[in-house]
Design a protein around this ligand. Structure first.
Ligand code: GLU
Length: 502
């Protein structure tokens, strides 16, 4: 009986830039499928573009995969039996395969200069043809070749037209005609293999059984199939993931500073990795039960490559915001605090000059009072979709009181009934025995007591009080707010309001 082949998948990014969410979605689908099927996931760095590839970008790739919790089984950092895992370290391997094709007459040297190719292209365009290489070097007599001329290697596509069939796990069998492809370059004049060649050699020698990648590569696949066949390699199955479009149905790319498209930008804006993980998994796939919020384990369990859509997925930022909000609400507060600190710092809220520092909210070491910050974050997290929005949401807690409409407030504060409420509240709250006695429960008792004693309740009680404490017409619950503000500051604000109403 034949042993079932081990499932081996790969993610082969090019380290030529910051990593785009589209690329990460590809990595994620490979990861989910490998984990679901107990297969292996290989990370391969495709750095044959020597001008644009850098180790810094490579580091970013490792960092981002790690951030999202996607471990790989083999790769430059992990090792494995199929290395090296950087294409730049595999040049000899490619050369052997290139030599083989040359020897067998399946590839040839092309000496055409840039100018000659350009002229060919122009003439074809004028004749109404699609520009292509016309094969003029295919049967070149070696005697005609100048010894030291630069050349590239081209792959010989079939002379007689044939159908090339790609087995795709999402699209079924996709047919192409060999006539639509010319003799393409497989090795550049500097000796570097081209993508289409190197990817085949690597996928074959690394025994990749399924190639899962973006739809933008579908048109490369027939060329790759021909190379597999020419080298006598087993042709893997393919799965081409649908494109990701933005809300305007255009290709998802950078349009403005606010609109993140690189994974690192989402992290900087305070999206949680588990939220992005969940969101990206739903770009082009959904489980049968249509569940939306799913843990990593649930996603692994439910994922199925054959359920991936053929049609493009839309990167719906509103949905991402909704999802991130859902994860923020559930997140551990200590963790959220750590993630929030850079945002609060950037907003200047933790500066020594902020009124909070003056009010002694932070200790002598000027370390933020973690418990207080956690309370503030807890109270505010419902209203934000990412942590970058936190400073605006918590502004009230960090900045000196400012009346949104000071004239209207002053008018309210002139009302004798309101003044009586403020005076009593101030006296009662100031009378509590220090911060320990200044609890939410006690504050609430004071509020109720003053309402009862003055006979003033409802809007007449709460609206001016809200203005006095927050400077705004709406906002957080007042008992909680007064508690977070602290005894001293709350009394100071009541006094301030009384002065304003004089
Ligand atoms: N390095 C290629 C890319 O990042 C890999 C494409 C493939 O998966 O074959 O687009």
């Amino acid at each position: 009986m034949q042993k079932e082949k081990e499932m081996r998948l790969r993610f082969p990014p090019s380290p030529t830039g910051k990593i785009h969410v589209g690329n990460i979605r590809t990595a994620l689908f490979n990861w989910l499928w490998a984990r679901k099927k107990g297969g292996k996931l290989v990370l391969r760095i495709e750095d044959t573009d020597t001008e644009r590839s850098t180790r810094e970008f490579e580091e970013i790739i490792f960092k981002e995969l790690n951030w999202l919790g996607m471990d790989v089984d083999e790769g430059p950092n992990r090792g494995g039996d199929y290395g090296p895992y950087r294409q730049s370290e595999r040049l000899e391997i490619y050369q052997q395969q290139l030599d083989k094709l040359l020897r067998e007459g399946k590839a040839y040297k092309c000496y055409c200069s840039k100018e000659e190719l350009e002229e060919m292209r122009q003439q074809q365009k004028e004749a109404g043809e699609i520009p292509h290489y016309d094969g003029r070097c295919r049967d070149l007599d070696p005697a005609e070749v100048p010894g030291d001329a630069d050349y590239v290697l081209r792959f010989k596509m079939p002379e007689t037209p044939e159908e090339i069939v790609v087995r795709d796990l999402i699209r079924g069998e996709v047919s192409f005609s060999s006539e639509d492809f010319d003799d393409f370059v497989i090795q550049k004049s500097d000796g570097m293999p081209t993508y289409n060649f190197a990817v085949v050699v690597d996928d074959a020698l690394m025994e990749i059984s399924q190639v899962i990648r973006g739809e933008d590569h579908l048109s490369n696949t027939p060329k790759q199939v021909k190379i597999y066949q020419a080298l006598g390699f087993f042709v893997p199955d393919f799965a081409h993931l649908p494109l990701i479009l933005d809300e305007e149905r255009a290709k998802l790319k950078k349009r403005s500073d606010e609109q993140a498209v690189y994974l690192g930008e989402f992290r900087e804006q305070g999206y949680l990795p588990e939220a992005l993980f969940n969101f990206l998994a739903l770009l082009g796939w959904s489980p049968e039960d249509e569940q939306e919020i799913m843990s990593r384990e649930e996603l692994v369990e439910k994922f199925d490559i054959s359920r991936v859509n053929k049609s493009a997925a839309v990167f719906d930022r509103e949905k991402l915001n909704w999802m991130n909000n859902a994860y923020l609400r559930e997140a551990d507060l200590d963790r959220l605090l750590e993630l929030s600190l850079p945002h609060l710092k950037e907003a200047g809220y933790l500066d020594k000059s902020s009124w909070l520092m003056e009010a002694g909210r932070f200790s002598g070491e000027r370390e933020p009072d973690r418990d207080w910050l956690k309370e503030v974050i807890d109270l505010s997290r419902e209203g934000i979709s990412c942590l970058a929005e936190l400073p605006a949401e918590v502004e009230l807690f960090f900045t000196e009181l400012e009346q949104e409409d000071s004239e209207a407030a002053a008018q309210d504060f002139q009302d004798p009934e309101v003044r009586e409420v403020f005076q009593r509240l101030k006296a009662e709250l100031a009378g509590l025995a220090g911060e320990a006695d200044y609890s939410e429960e006690r504050i609430n008792q004071v509020f109720q007591q003053v309402r009862k004693e003055t006979g003033i309740g409802g809007r007449k009680f709460y609206h001016p009080l809200r203005l006095a404490l927050t400077g705004r017409g709406s906002g957080p619950g007042l008992v909680k707010f007064a508690w977070l503000l602290g005894q001293e500051e709350t009394c100071r604000r009541l006094e301030l309001a009384l002065e304003q109403g004089e």
